[in-house]
Design a protein around this ligand. Structure first.
Ligand code: NAD
Ligand code: WQD
Length: 349
């Protein structure tokens, strides 16, 4: 079989760079399109260092249709993994238009160019954020959607657009239907075991794990634990943390599924990518302290607006249809996050 080319939007970012490693190591050619709005090109050099393989990089914005079309004309792309987007919940509440423009309009431009180039295989970075509040704590793909902030709504809108594209194929009876996997990530953390690539947040991190790492290394003074009075086993919020390397393996599994008999007539389907179990904030702190031997200084603070008490994935569908499940545990996630943090105390800078 010829080497397949995967175009990775947002490939210089946290998850995208890990996907590039996984793709190169699985024998794919990789073309990255990234405007570097939230990443550094050094991540791509590190990808090449880890894999001993090279990739093609275009520093471009996916909303620039002409340039994107030129890339598709030049590169023999068979599949797109679409990571490019803005992802900070708080920022999305302050700048909703920016989020809809980047995430929703950006995906529309990408889909138009893919349509025109007749490349109709897509793996999309969705998020567990698309689910509405539920009385159940374990989320299945058929739960109603009801995101509560502009970031989450941008992801839900994109899912709708992509589902509509696939539905339209049935009406127009095309010979080359869309094949789309909507991957709903739970809480990706950790880093590649080499410590060469990892999460490099701008400024003060919003998410728990990078915050804890930066407290442990002394960059930040103290973690605020947002609420210890939730109806959970120790009162703190429970989430489904997933190792980023497990997460990106779900993406190559998704490509295989899209190319299998199951998607022969096309389709657009959502899959949860999570471990299927949750850890509390206190459990994360305890594991971090045990694995790294460092103290994590914290205080109890008020609940953060918009946070759920507990949420984790039902990952059975991904196991059944993508033949995927997590392989790494919380100790691995913390070990690898800390390895990245200690080897790169200033990130890629
Ligand atoms: P990231 O910010 O590290 O990576 C996103 C990349 O996309 C960056 O390199 C950025 O420069 C690039 N980008 C943004 N807008 C672009 C545009 N218009 N054109 C070209 N490039 C653009 O984020 P990440 O954590 O790697 O997340 C990747 C994807 O996964 C995002 O779509 C995010 O919403 C989604 N996601 C992330 C998480 C998480 O917790 N990290 C959870 C669920 C879903
Ligand atoms: C985890 C737990 C906090 C920081 C977010 C986005 C979601 C998705 C993943 C993209 C919660 C607690 C956190 C801190 C704390 N991203 N916490 N102190 O909120 O589950 O999900 O990232 O799609 O859209 O909303 O992740 O890491 O922010 O929080 O106590 O300084 O840690 O209350 O219980 P969250 P998180």
């Amino acid at each position: 079989m010829d080497t397949q080319t995967v175009l990775v939007t947002g490939g210089a970012g946290y998850i995208g760079s890990h996907a590039c490693v996984e793709l190169l190591q699985s024998g794919y050619r990789v073309v990255v399109v990234d405007n570097l709005s939230n990443s550094k090109p050094e991540s791509l050099s590190r990808v090449e260092q880890i894999t001993g393989k090279s990739l093609s990089f275009y520093q471009d914005d996916i909303r620039d249709k002409k340039t994107l079309a030129e890339i598709f004309a030049k590169e023999p792309v068979t599949t797109v993994m679409h990571f490019a987007g803005l992802k900070a919940v708080g920022e999305s509440c302050e700048q909703p238009l920016n989020y809809y423009h980047n995430n929703v309009y950006g995906t529309m431009v990408l889909a138009e160019v893919m349509n025109e180039a007749n490349v109709k295989q897509l793996v999309f970075s969705s998020s567990a954020t698309v689910y509405g509040e539920s009385t159940a704590v374990q989320y299945s793909e058929n739960f109603p959607l009801g995101p509560i902030n502009p970031y989450g709504r941008s992801k839900a809108m994109i899912e709708d657009i992509l589902r509509d594209l696939s539905t339209a194929d049935n009406i127009i009876q095309t010979k080359s239907p869309w094949k789309i996997a909507l991957l709903r990530y739970f809480n990706p953390i950790g880093a590649h075991e080499s410590g060469l690539i990892g999460e490099d947040p701008n400024g003060i991190p919003n998410n728990l794990m990078p915050y804890v790492s930066q407290v442990a290394i002394g960059k930040l003074a103290q973690l605020s634990v947002f609420g210890d009075d939730y109806p959970t086993r120790d009162g703190t919020g429970v989430r489904d943390y997933i190792h980023v390397v497990d997460l990106v393996k779900g993406h190559t599994k998704a490509i295989a599924a899209l190319e299998s008999e199951k998607f022969k007539s096309g389709g657009c389907k959502a899959y949860n990518l999570g471990a299927g179990r949750g850890y509390s904030v206190f459990e994360i702190i305890e594991t971090f302290e045990r694995v790294t031997g460092r103290k994590v200084n914290y205080k109890i603070a008020p609940r953060r607006a918009g946070d759920l008490a507990e949420c984790f994935a039902n990952p059975e569908l991904a196991l059944k249809e993508l033949d995927w499940k997590v392989e790494k545990n919380l100790d691995d996630m913390v070990t690898d996050a800390w390895n990245w943090q200690t080897k790169n105390p200033q990130g890629y800078a």
